[in-house]
Write a protein that binds this ligand. Structure first.
Ligand SMILES: Nc1ncnc2c1ncn2[C@@H]1O[C@H](COP(=O)(O)OP(=O)(O)O)[C@@H](O)[C@H]1O
Ligand SMILES: [Mg+2]
Length: 247
């Protein structure tokens, strides 16, 4: 089933008040791959992710996620779909007033009927996957920035999602920590066989993890395809982006 389209945007338009953000976005995210959405700050990357989880709705065009037309999806189907999507948000990744364990267990308590023992076991497995076993009782403030990101990752995978969405996973992290986050994106991909969407303007990260890449600019994907094809395409806007001269 690999390479089936898991997420598709067809000519999606989205404005806020009078400000158009998406202006005919076409985007394909193949199943079981890592697709990276690149683009300058404010171009609509987070807005695009919000369409995937149904927080925003397109004004025009079509968004299809796991076979569901997001325009027509029923409320109960949307709730079920969201449980299949792990999200690593850009900011406020963890609840500061909860221990690491409670952070990771949050979705499990909300959406499952797992026993206390089952939750503890699942939390342990997820923390172990990001090398944070033993930190269950700690508070987020007691962790380094990199550990907090990893704890947030553990929470994102706790529900055994089919999709993981990463919004700027390395922003604010030093290069070493960023590299570790990249390691985990790859590791989770290979171990969980999820469909991943990484939103970033971190080119080293994009080069490292992406199977596929799309550059969002002025409301459209100006170029998209396999990372090596896009790098070799000579697309002018892509070149400017790589040189840090876009936006
Ligand atoms: N809920 C909203 N209301 C009004 N404007 C918004 C809203 N969400 C996003 N925007 C605007 O849409 C544009 C794209 O935002 P965003 O997707 O967050 O950019 P980025 O690519 O940096 O993630 C920005 O100009 C932002 O101000
Ligand atoms: Mg953003």
């Amino acid at each position: 089933m690999a390479n089936e389209t898991a997420i598709e945007f067809v000519e999606v338009f989205k404005s806020f008040e009078a400000q158009p953000v998406l202006k005919g976005l076409d985007l394909w995210v193949p199943q079981s791959e890592i697709t990276t959405i690149l683009g300058p700050s404010g171009c609509g990357k987070s807005v695009t992710l919000k369409h995937v989880i149904g927080i925003e709705r397109a004004d025009m065009g079509k968004v299809v996620v796991a076979g569901y037309d997001m325009e027509r999806i029923r409320h109960s189907e949307l709730i079920a779909l969201r449980k299949r999507i792990g999200v690593l948000f850009q900011s406020s990744a963890l609840f500061d007033s909860m221990t690491v364990k409670e952070n990771v267990a949050f979705g499990l308590r909300m959406h499952t009927r797992m026993t206390e023992e089952e939750i503890a076991e699942r939390v342990h497995v997820c923390l172990d996957a990001v090398r944070l076993a033993g930190t269950e009782a700690r508070m987020p403030v007691e962790l380094s920035g990199g550990m907090r990101k990893r704890a947030a990752l553990a929470r994102a995978i706790a529900m055994e999602p089919d999709f993981i969405l990463y919004d700027e996973p390395t922003t604010g992290l030093d290069p070493n920590t960023s590299s570790v986050v990249g390691d985990y994106i790859l590791k989770l991909q290979s171990e969980l066989n999820v469909t991943s969407v990484v939103v970033t303007h971190d080119m080293p990260l994009a080069r490292r993890v992406s199977d596929r890449v799309a550059l969002l600019y002025e409301g459209k994907a100006v170029v998209q395809g396999a990372m090596e094809d896009v790098e070799a395409s000579g697309n002018e806007i892509f070149e400017l982006f790589v040189q840090g001269r876009l936006g």
